[in-house]
Design a protein around this ligand. Structure first.
Ligand code: 5AD
Ligand code: SF4
Length: 473
């Protein structure tokens, strides 16, 4: 028998890239590949790239420069190393990568990575392979499900893609071009995926999609189901303690989603709802299809059914034409809503998007200064939100052993990391914790009940990372 070949995969960007990377690993497991964290011993290196902001493609080319040296070293040792560029930069710049980077064997877009085995075989025969079409078939129909061992190794929290692509065409955003038009997976497939994960110890599912609440999948009754209806169905799957979803668009919040927050205890009261700007003029130029009033009204609908709900958001500063007055609107909106946290970015022109051609650009100095002011405000809200937990008893889902010996770390409903001294037996359980202090962004506390030890396979180092950048919407 041949020894297993080794695969090293490096993912940039959003949660969907983390998910896609796992599915690539699952696909290549069938070809005899095992994952390695060491790039120098890999037979296959995949860069799963992100194109959402900044000099994404330049980062890819400099990483490829470093990989060329590693590949040359391997060749000197008589070993051929294959290099694959996947993800959204691959989609946006396929031919250009082939032209500029001879070190690359395969370029594959996010909708085609189920063809990786064939593409690698093609590259072996013909030198190189490129696939950046949006194939007519749905990749999910072809991706093998993860094995039981892989699920357990990935920990008790898992992403499941339910929807991909976006039809909103915000003028700054590449997603509709790199991920394509909105496609929703059928309910039955999602239920199968979640049940399999739950059977193998997963307790928390985050449904992901670039515009997840635009979900409109085929239901088992032949009707089109919304995200709220899907959440009601998934809440019935035994073993699932927590459900989340990300990333939502304010315009696609419907009554079924609000009802899900009213009715489902397993649906966490923490919603990522990007608004991007607090100026109606800029929202219109962004083609967001909502005003600040619309956004406030949506927030109110959530709050009416779930008083303990908290929100996070994404903001862009320095969109073309943004004046000091527009920016003051953003600060005012943040102050009014009161976020548990938020991501903020300097506007970065994406080639091919309408905003990239807008002339009235904001100076780098103004952007820097606005970003600092916005981040200070968001940080102060986040700190206040975290401090408010001190002295309270909150439910924590325990995920893994922490760095400090004897400590176990989990997350609250609001994704705040919480540490307690306890036995690893509590991993996978939701237990009440009395919060005693806050250290930077982490809560420290004590279990208020003695854990009803229910051994669960210990989670590995890989957990859902809430500090990761968000996607879409
Ligand atoms: N420039 C800056 N930020 C952007 N985002 C998306 N496109 C751009 C861009 N061109 C941000 C948005 C989005 C998040 C995922 O990334 O805030 O919600
Ligand atoms: Fe779609 Fe979100 Fe990008 Fe707008 S920002 S085009 S809603 S993915």
């Amino acid at each position: 028998m041949n020894p297993p070949r080794k695969l090293h995969i490096k993912s940039y960007g959003c949660q969907m890239n983390v998910y896609d990377a796992q599915r690539m690993v699952d696909t290549l497991a069938g070809e005899g590949f095992v994952e390695t964290s060491r790039v120098d011993e890999a037979d296959l290196v995949i860069l799963n790239t992100c194109h959402i902001r900044e000099k994404a493609s330049e980062k890819v080319y400099s990483e490829l420069g470093r990989l060329r040296a590693v590949k040359d070293d391997a060749a000197r040792g008589g070993r051929h190393m294959n290099i694959v560029v996947a993800g959204c930069v691959a989609q946006a710049e396929g031919q250009e990568i082939i032209r500029r980077a001879p070190v690359v064997d395969v370029v594959v877009g996010p909708q085609s990575y189920h063809h990786l085995p064939e593409l690698l075989a093609h590259a072996k025969r013909h030198g190189r392979a490129l696939e950046t079409e949006f194939p007519v078939e749905d990749k999910f129909g072809f991706l093998p499900p993860p094995g039981a061992d892989a699920i357990r190794a990935r920990g008790i929290s898992s992403f499941v893609t339910v929807q991909e692509g976006c039809d909103k065409f915000c003028t700054f955003c590449v997603v509709p071009y790199t991920r394509g038009t909105e496609v929703s997976r059928p309910v039955a497939k999602i239920v199968d995926d979640v049940a399999r994960l739950a059977d193998n110890g997963v307790r928390e599912i985050t449904l992901i999609g670039q515009n997840v609440n635009a979900y409109h999948g085929e239901g088992p009754d032949g009707r089109t189901w919304s995200l709220g209806t899907l959440l009601h169905r998934l809440a019935d799957i035994s073993g699932i303690a927590r459900l989340r979803y990300s990333t939502s668009h304010p315009r696609d919040v419907d009554d079924t989603l609000i009802a899900a927050h009213r009715d489902l205890a397993v649906l966490m009261p923490f919603v990522h709802l990007p608004v991007q700007s607090g100026s109606d003029r800029i929202l219109a130029a962004m083609n967001r299809k909502h005003t600040t009033d619309d956004y406030r009204a949506v927030i109110d609908r959530f709050r009416a059914v779930r008083q303990d709900i908290a929100f996070s958001s994404d903001f862009i500063v320095g969109f073309p034409g943004e004046t000091e007055e527009d920016f003051a609107g953003t600060l005012a909106l943040v102050t009014q809503i009161g976020y548990a946290g938020a991501y903020s970015f300097k506007y970065s022109p994406r080639p091919g998007t309408p905003a990239a051609d807008m002339r009235e650009t904001v100076s780098a100095a103004d952007m820097d200064e606005r970003l600092v002011r916005l981040q200070e405000l968001i940080d102060s809200q986040q700190s206040a939100f975290n401090r408010a937990a001190i002295g309270r008893t909150v439910d924590v889902l325990f995920e893994r052993s922490a760095r400090n010996p004897g400590q176990i770390v989990g997350r609250t409903a609001y994704l705040q990391p919480a540490h307690v001294m306890a036995s690893p037996d509590i991993i996978g359980q939701v237990l009440p914790v009395r919060i005693e202090s806050l250290e930077r962004y982490s809560l420290l506390g004590e279990l208020t009940v003695s854990a009803n030890a229910r051994p669960v396979q210990p989670a590995s180092s890989q957990i859902a990372n809430s500090s990761q950048i968000t996607m879409g919407a």
